[in-house]
Structure formats: structure tokens, C-alpha cells
Design a protein around this ligand. Structure first.
Ligand code: SAH
Length: 348
């Protein structure tokens, strides 16, 4: 995808191989150069044009006049002492901050990436949205979160979740371009089967995403089983209510064959009663899905709370009602890995 920086330079890391090839041909260079450059960027993952040592110095200088190659600066790295979670606070080239987390599962390392600086969605329990929205991330900035984390940690990254700061479907074009880049066989070649995209429910974009048939897992931040309760904690519900959302999910499943994952942040006294479980089971009955229960992470601005015991109780209730549910493993709790909390300390 063609994007330009403030100096009118093309963001080279955001280009798919065929787009890079087009640019290289426009420069009057040979086509095979594009393949070499793509490999430097996405396989060897260099940080500058000068490291592309099989290109002549003249060509490297020419590239610098047309393209930019930006990197992320690691401001902070927090490593959990209880599991192998690592959390990064990165500074972007314009001075904004974002967060990225590496989580270790038995099948490999997964990176949780941010898609925007801040968020417009206004979910009441979420730290990422409290200071509002600043800007969308470029696809290269989403990708660099993974490349930088992989390089710094020395770990092999096999999966990604779009569950960091921001609403991925509110930055649709960049997110789709990122998915194309990260899964490209000539680049990182990550299987989209190992990628999950989480959304608060931007319904028209769920339909768009379904049409792309990408094979990724769609996670829906549901968090309530009725419109009144959902609207209280998620303003997006006033735009697209639960019925519209579930209709879009049915369509997504029909077109892609991929089971939907519903996220349910359990909040004491708000959505954790026996009646809530019954209502949720009724709502999702017949749906090919999975419910992921997360005891709400406490943020300092709100008084929402829950705990693992309550989450386990709720899970048992759902299971008895025939729903497939798990309690999300808490990773990195000693380093405050809940999204948006670290960035907030730096931005204000
Ligand atoms: N905007 C997207 C993705 C980012 S948030 C979305 O809404 O899905 C990733 C997940 O973390 C979402 O399910 C979100 O609702 C949840 N989340 C945010 N703050 C939380 C908190 N304090 N406790 C538990 N889950 C939280």
C-alpha cells in the first residue's frame, strides 16, 4: 500500500512485493532489485538502506531520495518473572507511544500488536481509550512491532493477535495491508490461521473482512448479553446493536467457515450473574463459537473488578448450559500487561 511520510517519501516497508517492483521499475532499475530489497526488509529485516550490501552505493542513495524506512525505538522492556511474557513500550518516529506484548504459549510465541495510537471507541473498562484517539498506525508500524520484538527477544514468533491499543477495524486498510505483508510467502510468511483480530463490533467492516476470506480468527468483544448492559459499557453498541453484530458474525462464519471467538470481560455485579449466563447461552445457542472469559483487569480510572474464582464459576455455568467456554490464562500480570496502561504513564 502506498503511503507517504511528512517529507513526501514512500513508506517502503508498507509495500507488497508487486508494489515495490512497480516503484523500482519507475526508477529505471531492474525488476530483480525489488526482490532483493524485499528480502532485506522482511527476511533479514535491516534497519537502514546502507545495510543492503548487495546494492550499489548509488542505488542505496537513490532509494533514500524516494523511500523512508522507519524503525521503532524501545523505550521500555518489561519481562514477567512468573511467565515468559515481555511487554514493550515503543516510541514511534513522531514521538507517540504504543505497546506490544510477546506471549509464550506451548505452541509458540504470539505477539499482541497495537493498531492505533489511542482509540475512539470509548469502552468504559479499557485504558486504551481514556485519553482518546491520536492517529491510525501505518501497516509498516504494525509490522515493525513484530519485527522489533522478534529481534530484541531473539524468539521465533509464530502468531499475532490484533488486541493491543486501538480498534483494528477502525483502521481497516492499514490492517488488511499488514495482514497481506505479515503472511506473504516472500516475507515473514506467518500463517493467518495463527492470527486473531479482535473487534468491538464495527459491523460493516466485519462483512468486508468476511469477503476477503483470509482464514484468520475473528474475536468479538461482546462483554454483555443484552443491549442495555452492553451500551452502558460499550458506546459502539448504540451504533451497531447485539442483533446486528450477531447477524454479521453468522455471515462471517458462513463465508469463511471459521469459528467465532467471543470475548467476555467479566465485571463484578455487572455481567456475572446466573441470569447473565442464561441470557448469554440463549443468545449464542446454536452458534459455532467459543467464549473466552477474562476477569476484568482493574484500571485506575474505574472501579470495575472481578477475579479468577468468579470467572471459573461463570465458565462452569456456561458449560452446563452447553456453551464452549474457557477462562483466559492471565499472562504477565506482574508487569501490568493489560493494554494501554503503560502508554498512559508516558503520554500524560
Ligand atoms: N478494540 C478491539 C481490540 C483491542 S482490546 C476490541 O475491542 O476488541 C482487546 C480485548 O481486551 C478486547 O476484548 C477488550 O474489550 C479487552 N479489554 C480491554 N480492556 C480490558 C480490561 N480492563 N479488562 C479486560 N479486558 C479488557
Amino acid at each position: 500500500m502506498l503511503t507517504y511520510d511528512e517529507n513526501g517519501l514512500i513508506d517502503i516497508l508498507g509495500l507488497l512485493p508487486e508494489e515495490l517492483e512497480e516503484q523500482i521499475l519507475l526508477m529505471g532499475e531492474k525488476k530483480f532489485r525489488a526482490g532483493q530489497i524485499f528480502e532485506w526488509l522482511h527476511v533479514k529485516r535491516v534497519g537502514s538502506f546502507d545495510e543492503m550490501t548487495n546494492l550499489s552505493i548509488q542505488l542505496r542513495d537513490k532509494l533514500k531520495e524516494i523511500f523512508c524506512l522507519k524503525s521503532l525505538f524501545i523505550v521500555k522492556r518489561l519481562e514477567s518473572s512468573t511467565d515468559n511474557t515481555v511487554k514493550y513500550l515503543y516510541r514511534l518516529s513522531d514521538g507517540n507511544h504504543i505497546e506490544t506484548v510477546i506471549m509464550e504459549y506451548n505452541y509458540g510465541n504470539t505477539v499482541c500488536v497495537s493498531t492505533q495510537v489511542g482509540c475512539k471507541m470509548g469502552c468504559r473498562f479499557c485504558a486504551s481509550t481514556i485519553a482518546g484517539y491520536k492517529r491510525d498506525l501505518a501497516s509498516s508500524e504494525i509490522l515493525q512491532q513484530i519485527y522489533t520484538a522478534a529481534r530484541d527477544s531473539g524468539r521465533k514468533i509464530t502468531g499475532a493477535v490484533l488486541m493491543g491499543i486501538g480498534e483494528p477495524l477502525d483502521n481497516y486498510d492499514n490492517v488488511v495491508n499488514f495482514l497481506g505483508l505479515v503472511s506473504h510467502p516472500k516475507g515473514m510468511n506467518m500463517s493467518l490461521r495463527h492470527v486473531s483480530l479482535s473487534t468491538c463490533g464495527l459491523v460493516p467492516r466485519i462483512y468486508d473482512l468476511a469477503e476477503l476470506k483470509l482464514g484468520l480468527t475473528l474475536s468479538i468483544s461482546l462483554h454483555s448479553s443484552n443491549n442495555k448492559a452492553r451500551s452502558e459499557i460499550m458506546p459502539v453498541n448504540d451504533r451497531y446493536d447485539i442483533n446486528e453484530l450477531l447477524e454479521a458474525c453468522r455471515y462471517y462464519f458462513k463465508v469463511t467457515g471459521r469459528r467465532i471467538s467471543f470475548e467476555y470481560a467479566l465485571i463484578d455485579g455487572h455481567n456475572d450473574s446466573r441470569a447473565d449466563a442464561q441470557e448469554l447461552a440463549k443468545l449464542l445457542g446454536g452458534f459455532v463459537c467459543h467464549v473466552n472469559i477474562i476477569p476484568v483487569n482493574k484500571i485506575k480510572e474505574r472501579d470495575y473488578r472481578s477475579d479468577r474464582k468468579a470467572a471459573e464459576r461463570f465458565r462452569k455455568r456456561l458449560e452446563a448450559l452447553g456453551l464452549n467456554a474457557t477462562v483466559r490464562r492471565t499472562l504477565g500480570s506482574d508487569i501490568d500487561a493489560a493494554c494501554g496502561q503503560l502508554r498512559r504513564e508516558y503520554e500524560i
